[in-house]
Design a protein around this ligand. Structure first.
Ligand SMILES: Nc1nc2c(ncn2[C@@H]2O[C@H](COP(=O)(O)OP(=O)(O)OP(=O)(O)O)[C@@H](O)[C@H]2O)c(=O)[nH]1
Ligand SMILES: [Mg+2]
Length: 150
């Protein structure tokens, strides 16, 4: 099923100039970028986005990290995009993430794991609406579809 996922390169990815390399992984796989913006997330938005973790011991550190510098927010579309992107991103802890995944290849620490991706259809919907207006999400065809999908 064609799905949209919310994906965000966190401040460390932007500051370490990894945006191009990370974006290339999604493009080369055959996924389609349908929205994108560089955004310096404020405290309210960070707390809402990561609300499910508000009672965790790492919550304050997580919020400080996310608001420390700009992030690159995106909506990425494709067949089974939500679970597929989680696979491309890799495990939450970069030390456990397989090599070949984004976190496995580019990160060292759980608290600096460079990228976020929605974990389920409901969270994808919630997160996309939190960061983007409907007009900011582009509806367009890419002609390589006939070579990507049967
Ligand atoms: N410092 C620290 N940060 C953590 C820890 N666990 C999770 N985090 C941070 O909190 C984020 C959200 O945690 P989860 O939602 O459980 O993990 P995830 O779904 O792989 O990561 P996201 O895609 O960012 O939501 C992680 O990506 C980490 O940045 C922890 O034990 N210590
Ligand atoms: Mg998560």
């Amino acid at each position: 099923m064609i799905e949209k996922s919310f994906v965000m390169m966190k401040p460390d990815a932007v500051a370490r100039r990894l945006m191009g390399k990370v974006l290339t992984r999604f493009e080369e796989k055959g996924l389609k970028i349908v929205a994108m913006k560089l955004i310096h997330i404020n405290e309210d938005l960070a707390k809402t986005h990561y609300g499910e973790h508000s009672d965790k011991p790492f919550f304050n550190d997580l919020v400080s990290y996310i608001i420390s510098s700009p992030s690159l927010a995106m909506v990425i579309e494709g067949d089974d995009a939500i679970s597929l992107i989680r696979k491309i991103v890799g495990a939450t802890n970069p030390k456990e993430a397989d090599l070949g995944t984004i976190r496995g290849d580019y990160a060292m620490d759980m608290g600096r794991n460079i990228i976020h991706a929605s974990d389920a259809p409901e969270s994808a919907k919630r997160e996309i609406n939190l960061f983007f207006n409907e007009e900011e999400i582009c509806d367009y065809e890419i002609t390589d579809n006939i070579w990507l999908y049967e």
